[in-house]
Design a protein around this ligand. Structure first.
Ligand code: ZN
Length: 301
């Protein structure tokens, strides 16, 4: 049975009029409750000190104290801190540990329906709707639990500059990203391959505008064959779908299904967690997650 994590209080991260809103997670949850038998994971909030393993203390302090005057703080043009944001973002990043515990107890597939997203959050700052880097936090917990070699696959249409930043010098975490080249945050060149000890453990697969299913799927042939992970964490951003207005990518539900299937086929015997990143067209998002859960369910048999 798939492990599933959801935070019904995530609306307390109040972004106002924004693309990244609570209804995203809520509508996914409505679908999940209606269609799937899942094992509900307990939302256990970790400590601030956990965040300091991936973020600079001055940045975390700034977010914690950011909301003071009854006014939402804007930390970059598109990234909001409201009264409840720190608590929710902390809970989101640190409750990823529940999925690691689930794997340690024999679970094999998990989906984390959480917000705010995380992959744009760098060591010293958040941006791009992201406050703390959830998938990076999860990778740390995975390593604590003995999953020493972590593969992060990021198929969000935007490059996960934050995740790349956090693990750029680290050979124990391989970061693999497919993303639209001419899109925010304009990082993720092929030449960015990691540095120092981490050189060769960062792989970017940028693509041109209006990418088709066929060309997109071909990018996944470049998944690292010589990195044998103990666990696979997927930064699942569904803003690459055809009906999304935030990119020009033309990925169909069929193409998405083929990509998800390839991931679970390639890493069939590993624990695999999908953690929500982008995806803003609600109908497209819910259907995309539905497709993902269906495939995860099948591969868990
Ligand atoms: Zn995105």
């Amino acid at each position: 049975m798939i492990g599933y994590l959801y935070n019904p209080e995530a609306y307390l991260h109040d972004t106002g009029m924004h693309l990244e809103v609570y209804e995203r997670c809520q509508q996914i949850d409505d679908m999940v409750q209606e269609k799937y038998d899942v094992q509900a994971l307990v939302l256990r909030r970790g400590d601030k000190s956990d965040l300091l393993r991936i973020h600079d203390e001055s940045y975390v302090d700034w977010i914690e104290k950011g909301y003071e005057n009854g006014v939402r703080m804007i930390i970059s043009a598109d990234t909001i801190v409201s009264e409840g944001s720190y608590d929710i973002a902390l809970a989101t990043a640190t409750s990823t540990k529940s999925a690691i515990d689930f794997f340690k107890n024999g679970g094999r597939r998990a989906f984390l329906n959480l917000r705010p997203p995380g992959h744009h959050a760098e060591i010293i700052t958040g941006q791009g709707f992201c406050l703390f880097n959830n998938v990076a936090m999860m990778a740390k917990y995975a390593q604590d639990a003995g999953y020493k070699k972590v593969l992060i696959i990021d198929f969000d249409v935007h490059h996960g500059n934050g995740t790349q930043d956090i693990f750029y010098h680290d050979r124990s975490v391989f970061y693999f990203s497919t993303h639209e080249k001419n899109n925010y945050p304009f990082t993720g060149e092929k030449e960015e391959i990691g540095a120092g000890e981490g050189r060769g453990f960062n792989k970017n697969m940028p693509y041109e505008d209006y990418i088709s299913d066929e060309d997109f799927l071909a990018l996944f042939d470049a998944l690292p064959k010589d990195f044998e992970p103990d666990i696979v964490l997927v930064s699942a951003g569904y803003d690459l779908m055809r009906d999304e207005e935030i990119s020009s990518a033309q990925i169909t539900f069929k193409g998405l299904a083929q990509m998800v299937q390839k991931i679970v086929d390639d890493y069939h015997d590993k624990p695999i967690a999908f953690i929500l990143e982008g995806g803003y067209n609600l109908a497209s998002l819910v259907k995309s997650v539905d497709i993902t859960l269906d495939i995860l369910n099948e591969s868990d048999l």
